[in-house]
Design a protein around this ligand. Sequence first.
Ligand code: FAD
Ligand code: NAI
Length: 473
Amino acid sequence: MSTKNFDVVVIGGGPGGYIAAIRAAQLGMNVACIDEWKNAKGGPAPGGTCTNVGCIPSKALLQSSEHYEHLNHHFAEHGITADNVQIDVAKMLARKDLVVKQNNDGILYLFKKNKVTFFHGRGSFVGAKEGGYEIKAGEEVIQAKQVIVATGSNARALPGAPFDEEFILSNDGALRIGGTPKKLGVIGAGVIGLEMGSVWRRLGAEVTVLEGLPVFLGAVDEGVAKEAAKVFKKQGLDIQLGVKISEVKTAKSGVTVSYADAKGEAKSLEVDKLIVSIGRVPNTIGLNPEAVGLALDERGAIVVDADCRTNLPGVWAVGDVVRGPMLAHKAEEEGVAVAERIAGQHGHVDFDIIPWVIYTSPEIAWVGKTEQQLKAEGRAYKAGQFPFMANGRARALGDTTGFVKMLADAKTDEILGVHIIGPFASELVAECVVAMAFKASSEDIARICHAHPSLSESTKEAALAVDKRTLNF
Ligand code: FAD
Ligand code: NAI
């Protein structure tokens, strides 16, 4: 077989695409992956939004800024003090860039290890050919029996205020602000707004977040959202709900946002930088879907069925470019499942138990249904809640904010949702996902031995609380 004929061609090398390519190669297929992301030197930087301007760099900055905040505000109670604590933003950004590069290099290594042919450049449909498709891969044209599209998403701009990445910042610009702004504005109190707002607040910026909806974190369990609002306010994040943005104007000195507040009163906010994080739009720029008649919906997302099949035989799509939550792990699971389906196996993604994490401090994590969803469905449920304040490990950590809340079916006791706000919620939620995947009851968790002292005992105690028999609260 010529090297230009592939069983599978994956367009896009983010978490959806690169994982699909690796899994397809593991299953014995001849695979190519095309990705156009360039590093600062113009070289390849596979890993997509997640690796380059998303999950990984944001977590690097969250970590650096958390160290700074701890040194400034929390270490004294441990008897540790330091004079003249400084933040070198350039160094912090350089470390973040290094973390990104390590991930880029890791993916290139994995392609080699799994014999995936990598093309650095744009991938686009040329046309259908008998038994497959012709795909432009950079300057070359290659043949594919099956195509997996994983072209991701882009930040949505406010109408009339395009990103200039100097004053009006998308996630890209928000991750490389060269020095702590005195005043930072954020439009959208969603995941990016809260994570990036937290980074720059910890480093000393005065942060104002303007949110269009009248409720805070509407998709999150109400109890958790209420606790989060209280804590973020105490930390100094000024979150204004129910606003309507009317105009965004840039000048040499910064940005002015004109808006109506929740009462309809005209207000204006002057900031040095403005992060606009109001959601993302599926990306098919340059893919040339028209050449083959690939169907898109009104949002520009590629139309797929539950198994990620598009309207075209042998063309699949996964990740942010299709329906469903825009999360890296969701994209990866879809990528694996599609590769397995192509190989004739029965890949499966359980959309009901995809975990969510917001990496603020405290972290917020959940899986399954919220209390408000269960109420709306009229489903009878029992709730158990345990505060970290009553957990020995949390006290030793000096991080007792928040709680674990478990929701279980009133009759069968099957766990329907778990909602956590507190230390290492991102790690604690994994046990709950496993439990739900195995259809565990709250009693199952309550009867499993958890290490002491550990934060995970709070999950066990929340399970005990479902049956009103917590031991430590
Ligand atoms: P992408 O990661 O967007 O990758 C698509 C790739 O395809 C890109 O490299 C792009 O250049 C390439 N491409 C597009 N078109 C073409 C073409 N025609 N030819 C060649 N290449 C092309 N999710 C989490 O789960 N956890 C987090 O902590 C998290 N943090 C985030 C933080 C931020 C600031 C942002 C913006 C997002 C975050 N996300 C997080 C979301 C996550 O990044 C996405 O859900 C994930 O990257 C989607 O993966 P994907 O493979 O579908 O697309
Ligand atoms: P988001 O959907 O999380 O939040 C957008 C917010 O902006 C919403 O609260 C919305 O009501 C508000 N909004 C929309 N239009 C507005 C307007 N005109 N004026 C004021 N407010 C407005 O989107 P975000 O934060 O941009 O992130 C995009 C996606 O990236 C997330 O949905 C998530 O899928 C992914 N992501 C995941 C992370 C994680 O898993 N930890 C971290 C960051 C992003």
